[in-house]
Design a binder for this molecule. Structure first.
Ligand SMILES: [Zn+2]
Length: 244
């Protein structure tokens, strides 16, 4: 269920009924090649959660989205609204702390953007220290092996991401303008304007091969993997047998 749709009374009743898991969708407004919506990293988590809500909606509260994040790599492109690591991390921590104060035991960071990961790892540890169980979902990292069986050349606004956007609406991406852009350089190497050489047109991967059908297949393949991650998270708060 969606927190934004609940009244105070309904929200209190949900908490009383034992629902103890909140999901925080986190994205980014950022250049995604010449072809994909600037909102890609918000729209894809939104679509995953719309589908997950149909399956586990009675057990989770989906919070409002955090749509602006951190992007060191693509900050030089127009359309990227980059928030510093410090401001972003502090903000997500404060939001997470409020979910904890509201009574939730589990908090899911449902993240759509790579530049957010370092901050979210740190914030997740701080929130875990408060007593929350944190599940971090970075779909393109966590389920990469499965993704590659459907979209062989994934990447930022690449075959996988563009397909997922097309499956939401064909009006959100135009693949007639893009092809296949690959890098040789190890991502372990960083230097000023690194993003411009890795993503010369703001994308990476075989964006030209993206299709609606692949996007639909990707959603369908990843949802069960996400459900398994939720089940694993819920095991954490089950009473454990202690040895005497
Ligand atoms: Zn993206």
């Amino acid at each position: 269920m969606y927190m934004m749709d609940l009244s105070l009374r309904q929200f209190e009743d949900v908490l009383k009924s034992g629902v103890d898991t909140a999901i925080l969708p986190i994205g980014m407004v950022e250049a995604h090649g010449p072809h994909c919506s600037l909102g890609t990293d918000v729209l894809i988590p939104r679509e995953f959660l719309r589908r997950l809500d149909r399956i586990i909606g009675e057990k989770v509260v989906i919070g409002a989205e955090i749509s602006y994040g951190h992007s060191w790599a693509l900050q030089s492109f127009k359309g990227t609204i980059d928030v510093s690591v410090e401001a972003f991390s502090n903000y997500v921590f404060e939001v997470g702390k409020e979910f904890h104060r509201s009574g939730f035991k589990n908090l899911v960071f449902f993240n759509g953007h790579g530049g957010n990961i370092n901050s979210l790892n740190t914030v997740g540890e701080k929130l875990a220290d408060l007593g929350l169980t944190i599940l971090m979902i970075n779909w393109w990292v966590d389920y990469r092996d499965t993704i590659k069986t459907i979209a062989a050349e994934p990447g930022h606004a690449g075959e996988d991401e563009t397909s997922l956007v097309l499956a939401i609406s064909e009006s959100l991406a135009d693949t007639s303008q893009v092809g296949n852009h690959q890098i040789e350089l190890s991502p372990k190497i960083k230097y000023r304007n690194w993003g411009r050489s890795i993503f010369p047109e703001g994308y990476l991967g075989n964006a030209g091969a993206a299709t609606v059908e692949k996007g639909e297949k990707l959603y369908q393949a990843m949802i069960p993997l996400m459900l398994k991650d939720f089940e694993d998270m819920w095991k954490v708060n089950k009473p454990v047998q202690t040895q005497i």
